[in-house]
Design a protein around this ligand. Sequence first.
Ligand code: PMP
Length: 366
Amino acid sequence: MVINFAAGPAKLPEEVLKEAQANLINCNGTGISVMEMSHRSANYAAIHEKALNDLRELLNIPSNYKILFMQGGGTGQFAAVCYNLMGRTNVADYVVTGSWSAKAAKEAEQYGKVNLVVPKVKKYTTVPTQDTWKLDPNASYVYYCDNETVDGVEFDFVPVLTNDVPIVCDMSSNFLSRPVDVTKFGVIFAGAQKNIGPAGVTVVIIREDLIGHHMKGTPSILHFEKMAKSDSLLNTPPTFCIYMMGLVFKWIERNGGVSGMAKMAAVKSKIIYDVIEHSNGFYSCPVEKRVRSRMNVPFRIGGAEGVGVLEKEFLSQAERQGMIQLKGHRSVGGIRASLYNAITVAEAEQLSDVMTDFYLSNKNTN
Ligand code: PMP
């Protein structure tokens, strides 16, 4: 038995994988795999449309928002957002609360002026409350990352702006893990490979009036207007990824929708944070409690900086019990347990058992 705690590409629901397997060489009775279908065929169109409609329903996306299926991952969107929106005033606000929003801000510097809304820090452990933010009233948009996958920092609020500057949000690693009021956002984007499917497709949800403000020279592949006009069929879309994502959408529907996912996420993350909290500092999570991620739980063993040998031993002990991909991101070290939608409560409990056992047998050695 293997339990995959990877940060992404990450675990997919077994039910979805089995359904894909059963349909692999004869998709929906066509006699061919979805990978072998023309993206202009009626059979593929039905898959594409269904995925779009199911997502609209799951997140309650209003009709004045377009849903795009794009390529280039979250990183592609770091640039796409600038190409399509930054030219309005040539300045944008970036709320940097972790490694991914930092990367997005760095990318944006190539296209215009980046206003850093919160002070630069060496270690990301919190989301400064909005009353401390230094927003530029002239910004084309305010950008933030809802869940920082590397650092384990997750917003516990949606910013409220008193002007009509649109909010752009990277939800790559907590997409469809809780209800979201889409009307509060100008753009939401998410790479699929954590909560909703395989790597290769990126969902973009954009308010219609924000389409059409692209810079001169915007590449067609990153062009929101061209993508919207062609129903994301400007070129060959990642058909298999979209098919898989559609199966995941139906699985979420069957499992209580996004509020069902949110309930599960609260339970699973509490199980792991409780072990950390009750370990007398043996395990430590640097993130301020208020904004601890429900999706990615980073922790150290043996104090705030971690004790290398203990962390190594923990990882091999967990691996011997089938729990894999628990190593922290290479930039921060330590351990990281990712608890995306497909991880079950029982699997989180198994990890907490391993953590408790490891604590009891090693608490006196550090
Ligand atoms: N944003 C977040 C929050 C991420 O976690 C990642 C990838 N882990 C990215 C953006 C970049 O995505 P990609 O690798 O698909 O470009």
